[in-house]
Design a protein around this ligand. Structure first.
Ligand code: NAP
Length: 224
């Protein structure tokens, strides 16, 4: 497993070797998000997904230029990558990839999952994990028809989330999406809440790992 960790992030497009799991397909979670900044809700969601879905590894994949955030300010991809790397560094089954931040242009998930498929072939099954709100909009993503065949989708919900209406749209599309949902109480934490607190000079300690708190302070992120 240590070889896995050391191969990630050394070159812009490096993808980790898959862990050895014997004579079966490796179950790889792809944790997709902007992570501006990453917080404990994301980490709990990945941990719960590992247990509930039975993942062998989770690859955190900060989006380089998020498709639906072209009209607003997003922190530098290198900062979001660094915070994600710091937050995941103490868990050998959580890896962080530069794959999307190294790809020029708008970040499209269909492109990412297609390239992962090409790279790993049939050796693994991909589970794309993100917020349920993001997953609910999947029909409007680029190449939505291709996405359905590339991965199982896992939507992490905040308590009280209206699952039925999110799922109805996907079912009515006629596309054969495999979507699962996980309720994650810790997702009452959000990146926007952290950004707002930092901009008001308030503490974000215990909302995100200490190393991320230090990084935000050192780099002066989210100050108004
Ligand atoms: P977003 O709209 O900022 O997020 C929607 C909600 O989901 C927010 O409440 C967000 O909370 C939460 N969330 C986001 N990522 C999460 C994660 N990994 N685990 C748990 N909750 C999460 O979403 P986004 O960051 O722009 O996009 C999410 C993913 O979908 C990215 O990988 C992105 O590339 C992909 N996406 C692709 C397309 C496309 O291909 N056209 C379009 C849209 C999104 P926080 O703000 O606290 O994270």
């Amino acid at each position: 497993m240590s070889a896995l960790v050391t191969t990630v992030g050394l070159s812009p497009t490096s993808l980790p070797e898959l862990p050895y799991v014997g004579n079966r397909v490796v179950r790889v979670g792809i944790m997709g998000g902007t992570f501006d900044p990453i917080h404990n809700g994301h980490l709990v969601a990945a941990e719960v997904a590992m247990g509930e879905v039975g993942l062998d590894v989770v690859l955190f994949m900060p989006a380089g230029s998020p498709a639906f955030k072209q009209d607003r300010h997003v922190s530098d991809p290198e900062d979001r990558y660094a915070m994600t790397l710091l937050a995941t560094s103490d868990n050998p089954q959580f890896l962080t990839s530069r794959f999307e931040i190294a790809r020029p242009g708008i970040t499209y998930t269909a492109e990412t999952l297609g390239q992962l498929h090409e790279h790993y072939g049939d050796a693994c099954h991909l589970y794309f994990i993100s917020g349920a709100d993001a997953i609910a909009s999947i029909l409007t993503w680029k190449d939505a028809d291709k996405l359905a065949s590339l991965a199982t989708f896992v939507g992490a919900t905040r308590p009280g989330y209206d699952l039925e209406s999110a799922q109805r749209g996907i079912e009515e599309s006629g596309l054969d999406f495999d979507v699962r949902y996980l309720e994650i109480p810790a997702l009452s934490i959000s990146s926007s809440y952290l950004r707002e607190r930092v901009s008001q000079g308030k503490s974000v300690r215990y909302l995100t790992p200490d190393a991320v708190v230090g990084y935000i302070e050192k780099r002066g992120l989210y100050r108004s």
